[in-house]
Design a protein around this ligand. Structure first.
Ligand code: GUN
Length: 296
């Protein structure tokens, strides 16, 4: 039987609807409208699309969404001064500097300059540490947080399960592991992280009850690498040439969807899987950041 599809669009819509209710409640109780400010440096077209969708999503949830656009040659000091101003602005609850930033700017310096209480991306070392120790006050990065919500919402029993994560990035792989090893809902897993130096990758992936692919290699995970009945979460978003497609390319994940869905019990599609969850979790983090400022 083919795997059940985990519908990221539907789950993200439910998260966003709850965010809208929470944002309205905070406004009613404390007169506070949650606000996210996104800073975009340069004119990378893909980043411009992401940033526009973040601003739109904020507005749809009844939140304030602002974008500050800076020229590609903006000096690092100027960007840091913008962050200082946003850190001090009580109307701004979440700050996101769209990555990647131009090469002359030190991304780590930028991330560390953001007040951790406004770091709704969950990239600041304070939040990375909080996520690792299981401190609920911390902000988890949006993509792994979204994966965990998808597991919970689609009724996956994670307790005691073998979770194998492909990819050790700071944004997905490492925080994903940190979330899944905690005790509690959508967690309590035994976690393995695989990466480019892992020997016999398939031996690890075949043990996985929950396989999370975040490695950035188009359709790398094939059916023979997946244990029958596994839950497969595909974080990959890869562009591959396709002369038959209107745009000359199509978007695929890290998982060969057609064949793996014959083996897995549940699987996320690409697009329409993990992708929509990222913005939903960004909004959820921003509302929580706003609530924390009033102790609600
Ligand atoms: N660039 C691509 N995705 C993201 C994200 O989630 N946060 C930031 N800050 N930049 C990104």
């Amino acid at each position: 039987m083919p795997a059940e599809r985990i519908d990221g669009v539907a789950i993200a819509a439910r998260v966003r609807a709850k965010v809208a209710v929470d944002a309205a409640a905070l406004k009613a109780s404390h007169g506070v409208t949650p606000g996210l400010t996104v800073v975009l440096v340069g004119d990378d077209p893909a980043s411009a699309v992401y940033v526009a969708s973040k601003e739109k999503a904020c507005k749809e949830a009844g939140m304030n969404g602002e974008t500050i656009r800076l020229a590609a040659d903006t000096p690092e000091a100027e960007l840091l001064a913008v962050i200082d101003r946003l850190n001090a602005d009580v109307g701004v609850h979440g700050i996101l500097v769209q990555m990647p930033v131009p090469k002359h700017i030190d991304a780590q310096k930028v991330i560390r300059r953001i007040d951790p209480r406004k770091d709704v991306d969950g990239f600041h070392p304070v939040n990375a540490g909080k996520v690792l120790i299981g401190d609920a006050d911390g902000f988890a990065p949006c993509t792994p947080a979204g994966v965990q919500v998808m597991l919970i919402e689609s009724g996956v029993d994670t307790s005691g399960k073998e979770a194998v994560i492909l990819g050790r990035s700071t944004i997905v792989g490492k925080p994903m592991a940190a979330l899944l090893i905690q005790s509690g809902k959508g967690a309590d897993c035994t976690v393995t992280i695989c990466h480019s130096r892992t020997k016999d990758l398939a031996a690890h992936t075949r043990r996985a009850d929950i396989l999370i692919a975040a490695i950035g290699k188009p359709e790398m995970v094939t059916a023979d690498m997946v244990k029958p009945g596994a839950v497969v979460i595909d974080v990959g978003i890869n562009r591959v040439d396709d002369p038959t497609a209107k745009k000359g390319y199509r978007i695929v994940g890290d998982v060969k969807f057609d064949e793996v869905s014959q083996v897995a019990s549940k699987i996320t599609p690409v697009p329409g899987g993990v992708g929509p969850m990222t913005i939903a979790m960004l909004l959820a983090n921003t509302v929580r950041a706003a609530r924390l400022t009033v102790g609600a």
